[in-house]
Each structure stands twice: as C-alpha cells, then as structure tokens.
Design a protein. Structure first.
Length: 283
C-alpha cells in the first residue's frame, strides 16, 4: 500500500514537471515570433527610405542643361598688402582661363585702393570667387546677380533661321523670276533689308554668347594706411639745397645756350662789324 502511494506520487510529479516544461517552451516560442515581426517591419521602413531617396535624386537631375545664364558679381575686400593680394588674384585668374579687363589704382592719405574687373569662364565662376576669399582678410560685401537670357536667345535663333530662309527665297527670285529692271531693283532692296536684319540678329547672338561664356567679377581691394597730416612748413636740408643748386646751375647753362642760338644773326653782324672797324683803325 505504501509502495503504491510512493509510485503514484512519482507519476504525479513527472506529469507536473512535463506540463511545466511544455508551458516554458510555448512562452519562449511566442517571444521568438514577436522578434521576427519587429525585424520585418524595420527592414520594410528602410526599403521605403531608400526608395524615397532615389526618387528625390532622380527628380533633381531633371534641371535643363541648355540654360543661358549671365552671371555678374561685385565685391569689396580688405587686405594687409594690396600689391601681394593683387598679384595672387591675378595668378588665380590666369590659372582658370580668366583675364583682367581694366584696373585702377588709387593711393591717398587714408588707404590704398585697387579696383579691377575679371572676365572668367562661367564654369569657373564659383571657384574663382571661393579662391579670392582665401586671399583677403575681410569681406566687406559680395553681390552676385544672374540673368536668364534663354528665352531671348531661342527667340533670336528662331527669327534668324526664318530670315535666312526668306533671304534664300529672295535670291532664288532674283536669279530666276526677276526679268525687268524694276523687279531686280525691288528684289535687291528686299535682300538688303533682310541682310541687315540677319547681321543685327547675328551680332546680338554673338554678344549674348560671349556674356554667357564669360562671367564678370568686379573686385575692390583696399589697404588701410596710417594717417599722416601734411606739414604746414617744410625746411630744406643741406643735401636738398645742394641738389637744387646743381639743378639751377644746369638750367642757367641751358638758358644761356638757347639765348645764344636765338641771337645768332646779331652775333654774326657784330663780328663782321668788329673786324671791319678794326681794319679801318689799322689803316
């Protein structure tokens, strides 16, 4: 009887342990499934971000490449040494295929100032502006403007093409259909007018092409100098008076020689008279 109770107790214990282990496996399995769900959602969000980035980049590349833009800039900078800064900016300009169109230097009691204009290829416009900033000490102002002339450029090109076609038709009429003198003169007058319009359109296209190809950068450099008041009186040193004396003596010599040259007729008459009187006195 006692053995049966012990045996039944062992069976019950084994059953309870089996149920407990089975419950633990089910709970761990549920946690594992939840972790998989989280990983799937995170990867899905990453895919969406990549797709959005790709769409933005693809939209940014749709900018037209044949725009005709005229760029101009005006700037003013403070430098320590205006001669050194000007030389370094010239080297930067030459390195990028640019050239200086005009230059004006001014020196007064307060500052040294140098103003010049650079014509730079449009593709190097930003590069030259950034390079100039590395040379100067202080940027007082920088003004950059752009002008879109694409519409005007296309309009002139279209009109020019039409005028060339009209000119070709007038030339055909002049060769084949103009029989009388009046017809010939009338056709030639039309050709002259259309040729002037063509040359005007070609000149405007050339001007716009040059303005688009080369941007304009106007640069003002200034170097502050210590103010020195002008003296009210000035006392010459011995060396200054000596130099002035040599200069005055040379001026007197030149003046005397010039006077003799101007009086050469009187000198000749005087010499002739002197020898004539002397000869008479001897007799």
């Amino acid at each position: 009887m006692k053995a049966m109770r012990v045996k039944n107790g062992l069976k019950i214990s084994v059953i309870i342990m089996f149920i407990f282990m089975y419950g633990c496996k089910q709970s761990s399995y549920k946690e594992f499934v939840m972790a998989d769900a989280v990983e799937v959602s995170e990867s899905y969000e990453i895919v969406e971000e990549k797709e959005m980035t790709y769409k933005l980049n693809s939209n940014q590349t749709n900018v037209p490449l044949n725009l005709k833009i005229i760029k101009t800039a005006s700037s003013r900078y403070k430098v320590k040494n205006i001669v050194t800064a000007t030389r370094r900016i010239k080297i930067i300009a030459q390195k990028h295929g640019a050239y200086i169109s005009d230059l004006r230097f001014q020196n007064d009691l307060y500052k040294k100032e140098n103003r010049f204009t650079i014509k730079v290829p449009q593709k190097y416009f930003d590069t030259v502006m950034d390079s100039v900033n590395t040379v100067v000490d202080f940027v007082e102002y920088e003004n950059i403007t752009t002008k879109d002339v694409t519409e005007e450029y296309i309009d002139i090109e279209t009109r020019l093409k039409t005028k060339l076609e009209v000119k070709a038709r007038y030339e055909t009429i002049l060769r084949k259909n103009a029989k009388t003198v009046e017809d010939i003169l009338l056709t030639e007058d039309k050709l002259r007018i259309i040729q002037e319009e063509i040359e005007s359109a070609q000149g405007r296209l050339k001007y716009l092409t040059n303005k688009v190809a080369f941007s304009t950068i106007q640069i003002d450099l200034y170097e502050p100098v210590e103010y020195k008041a002008e003296p009210e009186t000035y006392t010459k040193t011995f060396w200054d008076e000596t130099k002035q004396g040599f200069a005055n003596g040379w001026w007197y010599i030149k003046s005397f020689v010039v006077v003799l040259i101007n009086l050469w007729p009187l000198l000749i008459i005087g010499l002739v008279t002197f020898f004539f009187v002397r000869k008479r006195l001897k007799k």
